[in-house]
Design a protein around this ligand. Structure first.
Ligand SMILES: Nc1ncnc2c1ncn2[C@@H]1O[C@H](COP(=O)(O)OP(=O)(O)O)[C@@H](O)[C@H]1O
Ligand SMILES: [Mg+2]
Length: 307
């Protein structure tokens, strides 16, 4: 897949001197769903705002479909639809009017067939004549997406599309995003929900304190995470792991009453059977055990905590 967006060495210092982004490099592939995952204040909205031409970068460059966002602003911007974090809609307009009007803002000629397709993709067709004020929260969000797609952009940015939304609406939104991807739109969403990145994305970028600290295919990431930890509670306190068990790389707890064994759930063998028999041969008795799956949450937390 070729890249549709290329961000290179991008930095942003706000007027106060505060550095919100620091040396961001990022390529978005045509047709993918890319999730930018990071805690509040990480710089997600700043990055999206620069790519969409709303905020000026302090350093670095961005090109969209080969168009530089500063030198070639109009061409770059017309390829993008943006659904901002803060939603605002014209309450008394009809769905059809507000979506058609957004298209006009991009100087594009009327195209009722496109507006119709967008409204149908977003399950808003039967609401096309309703005033926005009469719609549910979930529908209003979909109207915002329809507005962002009105000028036929190839790329859609969704800034925290499900923040503060209940579980059901969130799942509905995920379905909408998949439908849009199937219709050929490249999607970049920001989120601070790990589950959302895990559920939606083809690739995940983790951003923290203005720096991208990890970019990975989701499948690869999940494979790396296909690790489990087996914790064995011991009947008797252990001072040290016996030499005969060195191959298992066990970790002894500080109080000497538990050992932890890491194993790969995707491997041919976990090594648990032989571990248990070798423990017995070493005279170590077990009083209890439990296993824990490491998750995206684990690495996310450890990455974000790292100094
Ligand atoms: N207009 C601004 N002026 C000064 N600082 C800002 C401005 N906008 C955002 N920031 C700061 O930049 C950092 C990143 O913000 P933002 O990009 O909104 O993060 P996120 O979207 O990941 O929550 C935050 O510390 C925020 O306070
Ligand atoms: Mg934000």
């Amino acid at each position: 897949m070729s890249s549709i967006i290329s961000v290179s060495n991008l930095s942003k210092a706000y007027g106060s001197g505060f550095k919100a982004l620091n040396g961001i490099n990022l390529d978005i592939k045509r047709g993918e769903i890319f999730a930018l995952l990071g805690p509040n204040g990480a710089g997600k909205t700043t990055l999206i705002s620069i790519i969409c031409g709303i905020v000026n970068p302090s350093q670095g460059s961005v090109s969209i479909g080969g168009h530089d966002i500063i030198r070639d602003y109009r061409a770059a911007r017309s390829m993008i639809g943006l659904v901002p974090q803060e939603l605002h809609t014209d309450a008394f307009e009809s769905v059809w009017a507000t979506v058609s009007f957004s298209r006009g803002l991009f100087g594009k000629p009327k195209n009722p067939a496109h507006i119709e397709k967008v409204l149908k993709d977003l399950s808003l067709w039967d609401k096309k004549d309703s005033k926005i004020i009469t719609l549910s929260g979930g529908m209003k969000r979909r109207v915002m997406i329809a507005k962002a797609l009105s000028h036929e952009p190839q790329i859609l940015f969704l800034d925290e599309p499900t923040a503060g939304v209940d579980v059901e609406l969130r799942k509905g939104m995920w379905e909408v995003v998949r439908t849009l991807q199937a219709s050929g739109v490249t999607i970049i969403l920001t989120t601070h929900y790990i589950e959302e990145a895990e559920e939606m994305a083809d690739r995940i970028g983790v951003i923290n304190k203005g720096e991208i600290i990890l970019i990975e295919d989701k499948a690869t990431l999940m494979q790396k995470l296909g690790k489990k930890h087996l914790t064995l509670q011991l009947q008797n306190k252990l001072d040290a792991i016996p030499e005969t068990l060195a191959a298992y790389h066990l970790e002894l707890s500080a109080d000497g009453r538990a050992v932890t064994y890491d194993y790969d759930t995707k491997g041919d063998r976990t090594g648990i059977t032989s571990l248990l028999s070798d423990l017995r041969n070493a005279g170590i008795r077990i009083s209890d055990l439990d296993t824990k799956q490491s998750s995206l949450e684990d690495i996310f937390v450890s990455l974000v905590r790292a100094p």
